[in-house]
Design a protein around this ligand. Structure first.
Ligand SMILES: [Zn+2]
Length: 442
């Protein structure tokens, strides 16, 4: 179960408590809701109390970033809060494109007398593309939120896919890559990156890949990384004790000898995130993707972004996650559109110019609770509101969108902050899902 973040009466952070405890405090009037997402309460009387050190762990991904708060209790490390942050990379690209088009068309309509300005932009060193920058900033926003409302003492993040140091040795001397060995996971990540996450023989993707010896061990092939490649199960079986050349792929041998260029493995977004996390002034632990997978596999947790986050680094070796734990799903939505008014297919104004964004005290993006007491839409809806000037709003709930809800039925529970929230899938149901898909595959 997700814990509830707690502030004392002076807004200092306290140890996050159980939901039942928070409910009790709220019922007795000893606390008030401070914030809905992440759920935070503020105590009315107490100040100060015992706290255990909390670590925020982050697994940055291109589409989704996993975030986990791990508390170091006497009985061991335990996940007390988790979230999955979905980014909006493609959406930002599209929006910038639309801005460019809107400006282009305006330029030809209204500013034809102005001299053309182009090739006059300068790029600062280490600048990320806006879509990448947004990933860094979304993550930082959430790490910042959690640091502000809980007693965080350290940070941990996955920085690289594999241990480069280890790989340099592996290229020369070879490593044991048996399953269960940490080095094996690092080598696997390295090989996946090197061979483009596909079968080296038939180029099939999205299938479990196996480590394959180019010159088989039975024919004197070594365990060096330069003798390894990734193959799908079918190709691996068919190849059997043949070398890659005999199997009809003479070029593989050459390709395998060239180590992966460092630049290919360095992910600019993650390094930028690291620099910013360093600036937060808390001790920062970094881990590799190989280590994360190793930790997760050894504790037999299913794959999920928030579970990966909990398993990052050395501190992820032993983490308890309650089977009923459900992460918060956070989706970056952005704010408003740039267009002054909608246009038809020929580019002519279709609507009148945009009015104010607040209608009846609500704004698109607010999370609301609507209790409809009569009519066809009778019921309770909790979700993200899209306001309409006439006062009949649309509410997006996890099960779908309901339209035409009168603003009078709505109560705001969280003001728009650029994110959409819903409850995620519990660890136990994720485990079942994995088990079912394995059964279907075999
Ligand atoms: Zn294959």
């Amino acid at each position: 179960m997700q814990r509830v973040l707690v502030l004392d009466k002076n807004k200092n952070t306290l140890m996050p408590c159980h939901l039942a405890r928070a409910r009790q405090l709220l019922k007795q009037g000893k606390a008030a809701v401070f914030r809905q997402y992440p759920f935070t309460i503020i105590l009315k009387e107490r100040d100060g109390a015992d706290i255990q050190p909390i670590t925020i762990k982050v697994d940055p991904g291109s589409k989704t970033t996993g975030i986990a708060m791990v508390a170091d209790f006497k009985g061991g490390k335990r996940v007390i809060w988790a979230g999955e942050l979905t980014h909006r990379g493609q959406q930002i690209r599209d929006k910038l494109l639309s801005r460019r088009q809107v400006r282009n068309s305006r330029r030809s309509r209204k500013t034809r007398y102005r001299p053309a300005r182009f090739l006059n932009r300068r790029r600062s060193e280490g600048k990320l593309a806006p879509s990448l920058q947004s990933r860094v900033e979304n993550t930082l926003t959430w790490v910042g939120h959690l640091c502000r409302w809980s007693p965080v003492r350290s940070l941990s993040m996955e920085l690289v896919r594999f241990d480069t140091q280890l790989m340099q040795n592996a290229e020369i001397s070879g490593v044991e890559y048996q399953q269960g060995e940490l080095a094996g996971y690092e080598v696997r990540e390295y090989l996946l990156e090197k061979w483009g996450r596909k079968c080296a023989y038939c180029h099939v993707t999205d299938t479990p890949l196996e480590i394959d010896h180019i010159t088989p061990k039975s024919r004197g092939g070594s365990n060096r990384v330069s003798n390894l490649t990734m193959a799908c199960h079918a190709c691996n079986q068919r190849k059997g004790s043949q070398t890659a050349t005999e199997f009809g792929h003479p070029n593989l041998q050459q390709q395998a000898k060239q180590p992966l260029k460092d630049a290919a493995a360095v992910n600019a977004t993650r390094w930028a995130l690291r620099r910013h996390m360093d600036n937060l002034g808390l001790p920062l632990e970094v881990g590799t993707g190989g280590r994360t997978k190793f930790n997760r596999a050894r504790q037999s947790y299913p794959k999920a972004h928030w579970i990966d986050a909990a398993c990052v680094g050395e501190s992820g070796e032993q983490i308890y996650i309650s089977p009923s734990h459900t992460p918060l799903q956070i989706k970056a939505m952005g704010h408003q559109s740039r267009q002054m008014c909608r246009v038809d297919e020929y580019g002519f104004p279709r609507t009148s110019a945009k009015q104010g964004r607040v209608h009846f005290g609500f704004q698109t993006g607010d999370m609301v609770k609507a209790v409809v007491t009569k009519g066809k839409k009778c019921g309770t809806y909790i979700g993200r509101v899209s306001v309409r000037a006439k006062g009949f709003f649309n509410i997006t709930t996890p099960t779908g969108t309901v339209q035409g809800i009168n603003y009078r039925y709505c109560t705001p529970i969280h003001k728009s902050d650029g994110y959409f929230y819903e409850k995620g899938e519990a660890l136990s149901s994720a485990t079942t899902r994995v088990a079912v898909s394995l059964r279907q595959n075999s």
